[in-house]
Design a protein around this ligand. Structure first.
Ligand code: ATP
Ligand code: FE2
Length: 325
């Protein structure tokens, strides 16, 4: 069985093709970039519409298969930015009609989890989903991926990027700050904001921005990252105590951070918990994770009628019915 997956929630126009064994036959993408200003939804949509035909062509060339071998088409139905999301859903519907293939609407966050489980081999993890737009602590419980804690404002990656932009580090700043983390020497006090199991990053961001120019750059970058990740680590530890799960899985773009891996890794070691990290090309937004999740769902009889193959900008992780775990 082979599934083609389409990703378009934010900056990435991605097409992935995966088979039942979990082989990535193709994972092609074209990512929107900008010198300044960030992501404007309409510009993302224009980018995706322009790039998808070539990305699709590349994916088939890479996979060395034909349409006849594809069993289903899946697409990211949300969460994400409306105009960007619509391009992927429209492409999915069009391809479905053209090639007479069933459709599967996939939750983008659930796809981050499933590809992480597939590539690392963990079974029932507590998931730390840390990306630009999202930060959630998630675990499987009776038919749902429950969200135990999450950011109430911006994603942790956004915290890093936004601070970095102000510092003149360029976009994305996450990887640069991740290097600075290990060079910082002095911790500069910043507001730490955990509310119950939820997180606020905007206070620490504002405070850190105000200190730019007044404190050592490297120390400030280190302190920002340390504060944000300590908040994530605290909530993760509490969720572990509550759920008694024995594995932690890091997914999303920020999972690549050596600092995050170190901080969560040390906490896990203390508790005798095994930590898994989704490898980079599959941890960031990509089509293969959508293909893989579509394939799992399709095997469980989950298809989406073409009239209902729409999108939902606020498609929460815990809204998806999980009938395959
Ligand atoms: P989502 O739609 O799931 O919110 P996203 O659009 O933010 O995802 P991702 O590719 O999952 O996209 O994540 C990108 C984020 O990861 C950026 O904020 C970037 O700075 C951050 N990032 C990437 N590599 C590193 C790293 N080594 N250390 C810290 N942050 C990183
Ligand atoms: Fe994502």
């Amino acid at each position: 069985m082979i599934c083609l997956g389409i990703e378009s929630t934010a900056h990435t126009a991605g097409i992935g093709i995966m088979n039942e064994k979990g082989d990535v036959l193709a994972n092609e993408r074209d990512t929107f970039t900008t010198e300044e200003g960030g992501m404007i939804p309409r510009e993302l949509a224009e980018h995706h519409v322009e790039k998808f035909p070539q990305v699709l062509k590349n994916a088939f060339e890479k996979a060395k298969i034909s349409w006849g071998e594809i069993d289903c088409i899946s697409y990211s139905a949300g969460p994400g930015m409306g105009p960007a999301l619509s391009t992927g859903a429209t492409l999915a519907r069009m391809l479905s009609l053209l090639h007479n293939k069933p459709l599967v609407a996939v939750n983008h966050c659930v796809a981050h989890i499933e590809i992480g489980k597939q590539t690392t081999g963990c079974e029932d993890p507590l998931v730390v989903y840390a990306s630009g737009g999202n930060s959630q602590i998630i675990g499987y419980e009776t038919g749902k991926y429950r969200v135990y804690g999450e950011t109430l404002d911006i994603g942790v990656g956004n915290l890093l990027d936004s601070f970095g932009r102000q510092m003149g580090l360029g976009f994305p700043a996450g990887p640069i700050i991740d290097k600075m983390y290990f060079e910082g020497k002095n911790y500069i006090e910043l507001p730490y904001s955990v509310k119950g199991m939820d997180l606020n990053f905007s206070g620490v961001l504002t405070s850190a921005k105000q200190k730019i120019g007044k404190e050592d750059k490297t120390d400030l970058a280190y302190s920002l990252m340390h504060t944000g990740f300590a908040m994530l680590t605290e909530v993760t530890e509490r969720a572990l105590a509550h759920t008694e799960k024995k594995e932690v899985l890091l997914v999303g773009g920020v999972a690549a951070s050596k600092a995050l891996q170190k901080m969560i890794g040390e906490m896990c070691e203390d508790r005798g918990i095994k930590m898994f990290v989704c490898p980079v090309p599959l941890a960031i937004d990509n089509g293969a994770m959508i293909a893989w999740t579509g394939l799992i769902m399709f095997k469980k009889g989950r298809t989406t009628e073409i009239e209902k193959a729409t999108t939902n900008q606020r498609f929460r992780t815990d809204l998806e019915k999980i009938n395959w775990v």
